[in-house]
Design a protein around this ligand. Structure first.
Ligand SMILES: Cc1cc2nc3c(=O)[nH]c(=O)nc-3n(C[C@H](O)[C@H](O)[C@H](O)COP(=O)(O)OP(=O)(O)OC[C@H]3O[C@@H](n4cnc5c(N)ncnc54)[C@H](O)[C@@H]3O)c2cc1C
Length: 481
């Protein structure tokens, strides 16, 4: 239903996982109606745990909302932030301001789609339109289908088509937006206390503050830095955990501060066809494949795609899970990665694969435990990317690494942190060790440990699982399936 702009009646732009003005088809469509625009964000924690997102994401969101408000203010507008069940809050807002239409981007989680459908139907009964545009993906999920009109289940085949057709062209920020006034008392009881997204006791976010500047300028600087210094060598440096070899743009993409289509376009133009640029685009392709897979397989965050794994005898080992979460497993590369996550809200991709394999294979624990921990602790948490990658690591998913391919964490450390810089940075109690002793302190001699001031079981844990035993147990469980 298109908006009918009756004089001063506004249209609402409902920002969700797209807190930006650039390349925002919903905003563009709203401005095209000629009606005054009212911009709103609703924090809705009433949907299920996956849709509700976690504490680290909310920490990021506070900065993202402030940044969006600042951008809107530059154009003479503002951002209204509300909290509550959107099915209740949005219709009330529509009534209170007399809005003639609502504009937003499609969301992909099933619970969010169901909420949108409910709102579309409810608002339509009142003669109010609710127009949904595609704004958070490179392509509509139906643009890439097999000859039989089915969804691809293999990344390389999907990527071949995406590469050939490319992303949709990004849109500029609309010019001459007329904003609707936002009265101070508008839905006063539903206003979001944005500071509460960050104020936590104890203050676990000190490391986050030291690691990130959450505003659009910082995102653009990170992008410039990547294009100028890193893009050319990205293919060679992206796996080395101690290096700043990747873009670190993921939280900007997950919150929607940066548009994936803008990123695609910029890297296509400025990457000059380098190998680094090609590999980077294919990583954006993985992001897209995750969104696409979630669209076509809505149970992705909840269920094994490969149903054979429904019978997997995952262990219920609370102490082991806690040790993994806290970076106290006694396996230095795993602990380094988990501590990086806890302190900064982000973890290197190679490290995510190592800790994921360790949890699901050496500890034989359900990937959903890992998915849930990442959901709460990642500033770049994205339901599609998180679930697809956890299922990939666990061997239960679409186009996944087979379960029997078990990462050896110490070999991974030797290959991708050969000098031990990453381990020493995050596990300082092992800082005086080097080489194999740093990667496998349980195999180091008593003399080496003593001279490094390390006492296993006191200054640093003994491994909670022997690597060969953990591996054998996982393969045994697979065989018994
Ligand atoms: C177990 C596990 C869980 C993960 N959970 C998330 C998550 O919740 N949110 C998230 O954004 N990424 C997730 N990833 C993917 C990946 O680790 C991060 O996107 C990446 O580390 C972000 O750092 P970057 O921006 O420097 O990446 P770069 O290497 O610079 O890549 C550029 C962009 O490509 C996308 N990308 C790169 N690798 C992947 C991938 N494997 N899957 C999907 N998109 C990718 C991201 O948007 C990223 O920002 C997960 C990976 C694993 C193994």
């Amino acid at each position: 239903m298109s908006a009918r702009c009756g004089g001063v009646n506004p249209v609402i732009v409902w920002f969700r996982h797209d807190v930006r003005l650039d390349d925002h088809p919903a905003l563009m469509a709203a401005v095209a109606t000629g009606c005054p625009v009212l911009c709103v964000y609703i924090l809705d924690q009433t949907l299920d745990h996956v849709a509700a997102r976690g504490a680290a994401y909310r920490w990021w969101l506070q900065g993202a909302l402030a940044s969006l408000r600042a951008q809107l203010q530059r154009y003479g507008g503002t951002l209204l932030t509300l909290v509550g069940d959107a099915q209740d809050v949005l219709p009330r807002l529509v009534s209170d301001v007399g809005a003639v239409s609502v504009f937003a981007h499609h969301r992909i989680l099933e619970a969010e789609q169901a909420q949108d459908q409910h709102l579309v139907d409810g608002l339509a009964r009142r003669g109010v339109g609710f127009q949904l545009e595609w704004g958070s993906v490179l392509r509509h999920p139906h643009d890439i289908l097999t000859k039989e009109r089915r969804a691809y289940r293999v990344y390389t085949a999907f990527w071949k088509v995406l590469q050939a057709i490319g992303a949709e062209t990004p849109l500029a920020v609309p010019q001459n937006i007329t904003f609707a006034p936002v009265p101070d008392d508008l839905l006063a009881g539903k206003r979001l206390d944005e500071a509460s997204l960050r104020s936590v006791a104890p203050d676990w976010a000190a490391g986050f503050r030291a690691s990130w500047r959450v505003d659009l300028d910082a995102g653009q600087q990170a992008l410039e830095l990547f294009l100028d210094d890193l893009c050319g060598a990205y293919d060679a440096s992206r796996d080395y955990m101690a290096e700043e070899g990747t873009s670190r743009l993921s939280p900007y993409l997950a919150s929607g501060m940066l548009s994936p289509r803008r990123l695609w376009d910029v890297v296509m133009r400025r990457g000059e066809g380098s190998k680094g640029a090609q590999v980077f685009l294919s990583e954006l392709g993985w992001r897209e494949f995750a969104q696409y897979t979630l669209f076509h397989t809505p149970s992705l965050p909840y269920e094994n795609v490969n149903q054979k794994f429904h019978a997997m005898p995952w262990r219920n080992a609370v102490q082991d899970l806690k040790a993994w979460q806290m970076g106290q497993t006694g396996v230095p590369i795993v602990d380094a990665a988990m501590r990086q996550l806890w302190h900064t809200g982000w973890m290197h991709n190679r490290a995510r694969m190592i800790v994921g394999s360790f949890l699901t294979k050496h500890l034989l624990m359900d990937w959903r435990e890992g998915e849930a921990w990442f959901r709460d602790t990642l500033v770049d948490y994205d339901p599609a990317s998180n679930a697809m990658n956890w299922q990939w690591v666990a061997g239960t998913g679409i186009d996944a690494a087979p379960f029997f391919r078990i990462f050896n964490p110490t070999l991974q450390a030797e290959k991708f942190d050969s000098e031990g810089v990453y381990i020493r940075r995050w596990v300082p109690e092992l800082g005086a060790l080097s080489g194999k002793a740093l990667r496998e302190p349980w195999n180091a001699s008593a003399t080496v440990l003593r001279s490094a001031g390390v006492e296993l079981g006191r200054t640093y844990p003994r491994p909670i699982v022997g690597l060969p035993e953990g591996r054998d147990r996982a393969l045994g469980a697979l065989k018994a399936l």
